[in-house]
Design a protein. Structure first.
Length: 399
């Protein structure tokens, strides 16, 4: 179908990226239609998902294993839907493990639908062979980071640095924070701590106990401490249960706009490692990050991960701008002193924010906003299809 863009993502971070892309595509081509797999942010734009991404949003070797039969069924379902609809372009967003399984199956079945992948696989951190695999599976790659294109261009894959849509997500957000606090029972004054244990069920199970322990220790130093915990709708009930015994007054909030209001209102944050660090940097929130898998996956990650840093700002800076506690170091007794030092030293907190925002400023391409740049790449692929262009059927095995 000439005006159909099929979009697939498998986790909440991709859902947010794809939602910005959908809006930019509609601005540039009003007749465009969408189908595929997305989350609640895309649904708010009228996108109808084939199934809930809560089923595919999982990380870690041991964490994936129990869900593998379901994930493989969903892969086959998506492939069948793409083959039936024959869209003008297929846009896969983040979730490389999930989307690469879809792309490999399509390629083996001789699909001619042009493929644009949004968010480059993190080959600079581990599994560098994925760059060669990506070159066989996709036609255009859109990178969020300026240092990523060379990793893929050496294999003949066109890779466009489009920038990170987070630089535009908070533009124009002027909600009354006093009203936001009243709505959620947050005191008008005091120390507001934002706690973000992740958007996957498995992350909440692992990180909530650690973060609650840190909060309990911090409460002894800040009698006016109040905690706000942003969540996505799919796991909100689980988040409520996980933080029901929080040792301080708290609230759980749901929704992207409420999430950003929470960031804007917060004094500090403790967060799972990921894109959230960019959102916090945008809002000027000092923070520490942490992440862990189960013990077996941690040991495998220690062997495979080659980068020194987990935090995205730290990777760009090549230094620990943001304190990070990953894998075996994701422990309350290590996180608590770092968080306390940041909260008790305003100058250090502001120095962190200033440094993070300097690197964050590099994530905008010249001449246009990131989502508009990404939309232009997708439309180029669609126009090639409109003109009769087709990618050749695969004759080579997928690495």
């Amino acid at each position: 179908m000439k005006n159909l863009a099929y979009i697939v993502t498998g986790e909440p971070s991709g859902d947010v990226l794809a939602s910005r892309l959908i809006q930019a595509l509609r601005r540039q081509r009003p007749d465009i239609r969408f189908a595929g797999v997305g989350g609640e942010t895309m649904a708010a734009l009228g996108f109808e998902s084939l199934f809930s991404i809560a089923e595919t949003s999982v990380m870690g070797l041991m964490e994936v294993a129990p869900k593998l039969p379901l994930i493989l069924r969903r892969v086959r379902q998506v492939v069948a839907d793409i083959e039936a609809r024959q869209p003008a372009v297929l846009v896969t967003v983040d979730s490389w493990g999930f989307v690469s399984a879809i792309l490999g199956r399509l390629r083996r079945r001789g699909s001619a639908v042009p493929v644009v992948n949004y968010v480059a696989p993190q080959v600079w951190a581990w599994k560098k062979g994925r760059a060669r695999t990506a070159a066989k599976l996709i036609d255009r790659l859109m990178a969020l980071w300026p240092y990523e294109p060379p990793y893929f261009e050496r294999y003949g894959l066109r890779c466009d640095f489009v920038g990170h849509p987070i630089v535009e997500q908070l533009a124009g957000l002027t909600d009354d924070l006093s009203a936001f606090k009243v709505q959620h029972g947050i005191p008008p004054r005091g120390t507001l701590l934002c706690v973000l244990p992740g958007s996957r069920s498995s992350e909440v199970k692992r990180l909530a106990p650690v973060f609650k322990s840190v909060v309990g220790s911090l409460a002894g130093h800040f009698p006016d401490l109040f905690v706000v915990v942003p969540s996505v709708a799919a796991i909100a009930p689980e988040m409520q249960r996980a933080f029901a015994d929080m040792p301080t007054p708290h609230c759980i909030i749901v929704g992207q706009r409420e999430r950003y209001n929470a960031f804007r209102a917060s004094s500090f944050a403790i967060a799972a490692s990921g894109t959230v660090t960019l959102e916090l940097a945008t809002c000027g929130v000092p923070h520490v990050i942490a992440y862990t898998f189960n013990p077996l996956t941690n040991r495998v990650a220690d062997l495979l991960v080659k980068t020194k840093y987990a935090n995205l700002i730290n990777i760009m800076a090549s230094e620990f701008v943001i304190p990070e506690f990953t894998l075996s170091r994701c422990r309350a007794d290590l996180i608590y002193p770092a968080a306390l030092a940041l909260m008790q030293q305003p100058e250090a907190a502001q120095a962190q924010v200033a440094a993070a925002q300097r690197y964050f400023a590099q994530l905008k391409p010249e001449g246009m906003m990131p989502s508009d740049k990404a939309a232009s790449v997708v439309l180029e692929a669609m126009e090639a299809m409109d003109g009769g262009g087709r990618r050749p059927s695969a004759a080579t095995a997928i690495a």
